[in-house]
Design a protein around this ligand. Sequence first.
Ligand code: NCD
Length: 318
Amino acid sequence: MSGVAQIDSRGRLCHLLSLEGLGADLIREIFARADEFAAAAKPGAAASSLLSRRLVLNLFFETSTRTRSAFEIAAKRLGADVVNLDSASASARNKGETLADTARTLAAMGGDIMVLRHYQSGAAHFLAAHTPPHLAVINGGDGCNAHPTQGLLDAYTVIRRRGAIDGAVVAIVGDILHSRVARSDMQIFRALGADEIRAIAPRTLLPAGLEEAFGAKAFCNLDDGLRGADIVIVLRMQRERMAGAFFYPGEAAYFRDYGITAARLQSAAKDALVLHPGPINRGVEIAGDLADSSRALVLEQVTNGVAVRMALLAMLAP
Ligand code: NCD
């Protein structure tokens, strides 16, 4: 998606809409800032005043637990004011107001950074194109398109645990078709030097053109796709995007054929790490005991998500 620049003429980040074209240097700069904030992100740490008198607007038109609360916590730890609007309270939409008008209204109240989650792909780019230039837009997940902060925190978590991504084989398993996380992860792991990116899913959940668009290899067989993988990213079935149909004959069959268990991971690299953006469906895409084991980084992802979002808010604040 194009139209609005997310990097200004001085090479600084002015919006975060997608990881496409962000470049390894800028990604490493975000990670270095996240390292600085890692201690301050911890519960009980004193709030900084870096963003005092700044207003962060969380505009969530789709449900969210992790992303919304992580942005709220990150903003508060930096001393910013936060206003949360979710789909229930975003009454403007029900009254016929367009997204652009809602955004302009909120910006007129003095917003500095707007985090948008929206069910339509491209909504964050649209918002950035229709709001005053001083307002920075962060894409908190748009339709099936992109979830750049999740991609950043996934790569950051792997680097903190493993040291580097260079040369790694990354396997993403699950509902690739509907997943904005898969798209952002494919972009960031590639940008940071992964040797191979694999997308594993039933044929009905594998979009065409993965190789051209993301440099990823498609696999329909789980064992083939997992062979030698260093990093396994597990995704849930996004039934809310399947318009009532389930793209595989039932959850039990899905778990049998694509569910990630300790036994299935035997064909992966010996110390392969397992990530999941959440929410987890135990016994559908991942076995509960594996999700709770030390090789699964699920809760580290959540913790690191606060530090990464603090870094982004600090870099985007005017
Ligand atoms: C993801 C999302 O919303 O795209 N969740 C998240 O942000 N942690 C993945 C999902 O909903 O499956």
